[in-house]
Design a protein around this ligand. Structure first.
Ligand SMILES: Nc1nc2c(ncn2[C@@H]2O[C@H](COP(=O)(O)OP(=O)(O)OP(=O)(O)O)[C@@H](O)[C@H]2O)c(=O)[nH]1
Ligand SMILES: [Mg+2]
Length: 267
């Protein structure tokens, strides 16, 4: 477990221009097509498109183009746009289970395993572009802390995870977040509470306490908060859909859900 460091809480009123919130970096304002997807890496002056592109406008955009050669995060030898996503959090909170639920057991067999690291790919077609997520799952034990820099560098989203039934794993998220930000200041931050299926069996007042703390941390991290269950397939695909929508400014939104007893989504 990492030591918690200070994160300055944000003011309560966080009005945001779109239901997805503001883009985390200046280079994520693009509607999806290949040429623009290839520009996901930071560039000095992104095109000044409106933050929310009307759905109809997507059809007026030029067809996918041959990708531009570009550095990390992008595979210039194919038409694939490779995007890196990182999972962080304490031991046994369900990171690997969550990832396997998302990529599927076939992909899991092709995973790349290294000391404290587990890499899995999932490719999706989105509006004519092929997007491949390479997901870096860092083991939560102390020996794997050395993997954090390489795992976080160039990631477009960092998923900080905790076990909803284990308060100490929630306390750790601030430390994981601070550590991740040392190596990556622009990735979309997402806070995920795992094992929602077990969590809903806890007394409601315990649930409320955890919800309140998790929401406060999410606010401080400027992260979107999801409660999920890999075993019951709750909010697993939705989280990646959210990342995709946020990266490419797709006309898709998540709905806030603050009802105790339901999987919380807050932003
Ligand atoms: N009830 C419940 N148990 C889960 C869920 N997800 C994972 N688990 C269990 O939690 C335990 C730990 O899961 P892992 O996926 O190995 O956890 P991890 O975070 O990858 O752990 P490290 O690799 O050691 O950091 C396993 O026994 C899983 O079966 C879930 O959604 N609900
Ligand atoms: Mg694991």
């Amino acid at each position: 477990m990492l030591h918690a460091q200070h994160v300055t809480p944000l003011p309560e009123n966080r009005s945001r221009p779109s239901p997805l919130g503001p883009p985390p970096t200046p280079f994520l304002l693009f509607p999806l097509h290949m040429e623009q997807a290839s520009r996901l890496l930071p560039r000095p002056t992104p095109p000044s498109l409106p933050e929310t592109t009307p759905p109809g406008l997507l059809f007026l955009l030029p067809p996918p183009l041959t990708p531009l050669p570009s550095p990390a995060g992008y595979d210039s030898d194919s038409d694939l746009v490779n995007l890196k996503i990182t999972l962080l959090g304490d031991c046994h909170i369900g990171k690997t289970t969550f990832l396997i639920k998302y990529v599927g057991s076939e992909q899991e067999k092709r995973s790349l395993q290294m000391e404290g690291l587990n890499l899995m790919d999932k490719t999706q077609s989105v509006q004519g572009a092929r997007i491949s997520f390479r997901i870096w799952d860092v083991a939560g034990d102390k020996r794997s802390l050395d993997q954090i820099p390489i795992a976080c560098k160039d990631a477009v989203a960092i998923l900080i995870m905790f076990d909803l039934t284990s308060r100490c794993t929630l306390n750790s998220v601030v430390g994981w977040y601070s550590e991740a930000r040392k190596w990556n200041q622009s990735a979309i931050p997402i806070l995920i509470g795992t094992k929602f299926d077990d969590f809903v069996r806890l007394p409601p007042d315990v649930q409320r306490t955890i919800i309140t703390q998790a929401r406060a941390y999410a606010r401080a991290m400027k992260a979107t908060l999801f409660f999920s269950s890999a075993t019951h397939n709750i909010n697993v695909n939705k989280i990646f859909k959210f990342i995709m929508a946020k990266l490419f400014n797709l006309p898709w939104t998540v709905e806030r859900n603050l009802t105790v007893g339901e999987p919380i989504i807050d932003f």
